[in-house]
Each structure stands twice: as C-alpha cells, then as structure tokens.
Design a binder for this molecule. Sequence first.
Ligand SMILES: NC(=O)c1ccc[n+]([C@@H]2O[C@H](COP(=O)([O-])OP(=O)(O)OC[C@H]3O[C@@H](n4cnc5c(N)ncnc54)[C@H](OP(=O)(O)O)[C@@H]3O)[C@@H](O)[C@H]2O)c1
Length: 373
Amino acid sequence: MDVALTGATGFLGLRLVRELLGRHRSLTVFAHAGSDSALGRITRFLELTDTPPELIAELPKRLRVVETDLGQPRMGLSAADFERLADELDVVWHSAGNINLDDDLAQLRRVNVEGTRNVLELAAAGCRRPIVNHIGTAFVGGARREGVVYEDELDDSHGFENGYERSKYEAEVLVHEWSAAHGRPVLVLRPSILVTDLPAHPELPEHPLRFIDQILRASLSTVGLAEALVPERERPVMRLPGRPHGHLNLMPVEHAARVMVQLADVKASGRVDTYHVVHDHDVQTTTITALMELLVPVRVELVEKRLLDPSPLEAMADLYPGFTPYLSHRRRFDDTRVRTVLGPELSGIRVDLDYLLAGVRSKQTTESSPRWP
Ligand SMILES: NC(=O)c1ccc[n+]([C@@H]2O[C@H](COP(=O)([O-])OP(=O)(O)OC[C@H]3O[C@@H](n4cnc5c(N)ncnc54)[C@H](OP(=O)(O)O)[C@@H]3O)[C@@H](O)[C@H]2O)c1
C-alpha cells in the first residue's frame, strides 16, 4: 500500500510519521518546499525520541521526500509529476496546516483551505482512488462556549473565535463537498489542542502552548520587570478575561497520532466519517493560569469581561487575542463514535500542571527553576 503524508515535519506530523512507519514499508512525504530538509528534521525527531537506531538508518530508503507548496495549484508540482504521483498512491494523510490562530485570514486560507483543495484534487486524479485522511480540529465547533459539540456537527452558526477556526471549518466544508461530488470516502480526524511533556528542543517543532511562556516573558521585560528579581509578594497582578470554572480539552499528541492510525483501519462508510480525537478529561482553566504563574512571576486573576482599563502589563500580555477566549470555554467534545469503534481505551496519561510545565517551559525557565515552585 502506497501512503503519503503532508505536514510530516509538524508537531503532529512527526508523530504520524512514526506511527505510519510502524505499519508501512515506505512513506511519501510531501514536504514544504523552501523549508529545512524534511528528512533531516524527521531523522532528528526520531533520534531525540529514543527510536531504535536500525529504523533511523533505514529512513533514507523508506522515506521518499517530494517538495511541494500546498497553497499552489497542483501543490506546486508540474502537471506530469502531479499525475504520476496521484496514480501511485493508495492513501493520502493531510496534516499540513497553518496553526497560527491570529494570522491574516487570507494567509490561513491559502494553506488550510486551498491546501486542502489541492490535496483533494490529487486524490481525485489518482487512478487508484486514494483514501483521504484529513486532519481537522475539534475547534471547527467555533465560538460556542457551552454545551456539547458532536462529531457529526459542522455549522458556522456560532461564529468563530479566530481566523484559524474559520479556515479549518471552510476546509471541512470542502471535504464534504468533494466527497459528495466524487462519491468518495474521507476520514476526518478532529483533535483538540495537542500537547506533549517532551521538553522543548530547538530542533523540534514548537509546542502549541509555548506562546504562553514567550508572550508573558516578553510582556514582563517590556514593562521593565526583570522576572528573576520579583519576590513572591510583589508579583504584579495580571487580569485576563476568562472563567475559573471553564475547561479545555488538551490531548497528548503521541496518543492522538496512535488513535488516528487506529481509526484509519476502521471500515469506512463510503462518505465522510468524522471522529473527535480528544482526551477523556478536560483541564480546568485554573490549571492554565497556574501554569502561567509557574512560568513567570505574575499573579493571574480571571475576570468576567474584557478589560477597559488594562495595565501596561495586561495590555502587553494580550498579544495573542485568538487564544484568550478559550479561557472562557466550558464546552465538551463528544467522542462517542471513537469509543464505539475503538472501545473505551484511555490514554492513561494525566494532563495536569506537571505534564504541561514539562513540555511548555523554556530552557531559560528550567535553568532558573530553583526560584519557582
Ligand atoms: N497543534 C495543535 O494543537 C492542533 C490541534 C488541532 C488540530 N491541529 C491540526 O493538525 C494539523 C497539524 O498541526 P501541527 O501542530 O502539526 O502544525 P505545525 O507543527 O505547525 O506543522 C505544520 C506542517 O505543515 C507544513 N506546511 C505548512 N505550510 C505548508 C505549505 N504551504 N506547503 C506544504 N507544507 C506546509 C509544515 O512544514 P514546514 O515545517 O516545513 O513549514 C509542517 O510540516 C493541522 O492541520 C492543524 O490544523 C493541530
């Protein structure tokens, strides 16, 4: 079976590569043209995560790297290469994406929507009618902050918290239209926020929550607070709009990749089959604020409404407005379909403050850890 993967160098994609290499002899990687060597980055990831050296030595033979730009028609390939590749494939995993919540909508659409369109065209052109496994996000649920989001729901009636959510929603709509027009099955896998406790490393993709550390650190230094010198009782208060009884779903990325390849083995209905790839327990918003307080010397207070009188520190800390609304979320993602087909298998991984701190904190914080609890 010939399997291809987009986004193989990403936070999730690297874990999918590892899972897929465990099941398939070879893998075609649609790498991002112009980025650093995909083979080099995949090799480094596997080296840093205790992969047997025999597997690493085989990588150049088992991985075929094809340079692409998904935002371009035919993924930036010549017509001949596009047709030839399409005809060689049985399965296309589409994990590439732009996950910067606040990027310009046109930029987000270029990769997330047009990129998906171009991957679907590749699948439509293939004489073997390759199966498409599309990585979506549970956050196509949009700006609905309460209640339960079900796996078969896809509507924009609640609006979206940021451009990223909107672009991923539009990509899923495309997937449904394509499936109906071509009579082809598509597997849509919707993870929640992906996390790991693997410590940050300059040669690994950035942890999706790392921005918390970066923004807080930058904000403190901009307002002239040298973090290491602030004693506990003098920590500045930082008010953030959010709800202390809110909760978010954070899914260990390694487990998510494992669940995804298992779901790909389930018999398809022939249409779009959508699954929420989520953790069995949500994390309280107060765990996120406690994480902030461990990363930098501030005291975080969640307040009901957006601040009208932000302090200089609070104004600086609001540099990532796409994320702040999630501190007010209290919805749950239903994953009945996953449990029905895979059984009630749980990850056994507890996503708590220690887990999050291990993956999010920077080397700088680690070095100064004796100063923080
Ligand atoms: N991370 C999360 O918390 C999360 C949660 C829910 C859903 N998801 C979804 O999961 C998927 C993977 O996310 P991730 O966390 O792995 O993201 P990531 O770490 O930012 O990786 C993005 C991947 O896409 C590739 N890429 C970006 N633009 C491209 C282009 N124009 N042409 C070809 N390749 C391109 C990147 O290649 P380079 O590195 O070479 O640029 C990289 O391999 C995305 O579809 C995302 O929406 C992620």
